[in-house]
Design a binder for this molecule. Sequence first.
Ligand code: FPP
Length: 280
Amino acid sequence: MKRRSPNRPTAEDKKIQEGLRSSGNIPVHIAVIMDGNGRWATERSLPRVAGHNEGVGSVRDIVEACGQLGVGHLTLYAFSTENWNRPREEVSTLMRLLLNSLQNETDKLHQNNVRLTAIGDIEKLPVKVQDKLAQAISITKNNTGLTLNLALSYSSRWEIAQAVRSIVRKAQKGEIELDDIDESFIADHLTTKGMPEPDLLIRTSGEYRLSNFMLWQLAYAELYISPKFWPEFHRKDLYEAIKDFQKRERRFGLVSEQVRRRKNGGEKSLANKIFESITG
Ligand code: FPP
C-alpha cells in the first residue's frame, strides 16, 4: 500500500509538542488502560456500546498525538482475557468495533508510518479479526514511526504462564541450563520480547488498579491516573500526563544523589562501587 500525506499537527499542537520535547524526555513506551467507556455511556443514558464507539475516537486521537510527539511505543489494553466473560452482545460489539477499526484505519496508520503489533491470546479472537489483524500487521511491518501495540485477549498472568510453559519445554528438551534463566531470559519469553518496558502507564476513569496488565513490564513505570473516562481522554490530557511524567524523578532503586550523578555521566556501576568500597 502506498503511503500518502501523513497527519500534520495544528499550530497549537505543534507548540505544545515542541514544548514537551524541549523541556524533558518523551516516554519511549506509553501503556494505557482505557477504562470508563461503560460509565461514560451510562452517565448519558446511552447503551454501553455507545461508550466503546466513542472510545475509538480517543484511540485515534492518542495514536496520532503519540506519533507526532515521537513516542516509540504505545500499548493499548483493548480487550482483556477477563473481558470474554462480559455479556455476549458486548463482546460481539467489541469484536465488530475492532474489525471495523482495522478495516478503516490501517491505511491511515500506514500513511502515518505507524507499525501495528499485537500481544495476547490472538488465536481466541474470531477468525475474521485474526485475518484483518494479520493483514494490518503485515502491511505496516516495515514502518519506522510509532509502534502501536494492541493488547487483545491479553492478561499478564496468562502471558507469564505461557512463558513458564515455553521455558520448561526447553528445559525438558535439554536445550537450556537452570542458570540460563535470569530476568532477561524470562523477558525474552514474554509476548513483549524486544520491546522496551513502558516508562509511563496511564489509566483513565480514576481507578487505581493494574487489572492484570503487563505486571512484569510495568515494574519501574511511572503511573498516571486520569479522572476522565476514556471517551473524554484526548491529546491535551495525554500532554498533561507527559508533563507530569517529566517532573518525576525515576530512581530505579537508587538514591537521588546517585541518579543526579548518573545523569551527569559520573555514576559508576553499583558492582564497581561496592568493589571499590571493599578494596579501598
Ligand atoms: C474499558 O471500559 C474499555 C474496554 C474494555 C474496551 C476498550 C475498547 C475500545 C476503546 C474500542 C476498540 C479499541 C481499538 C483499539 C480500536 P469499560 O467498558 O470497562 O468501562 P466501565 O468500567 O465504565 O464499565
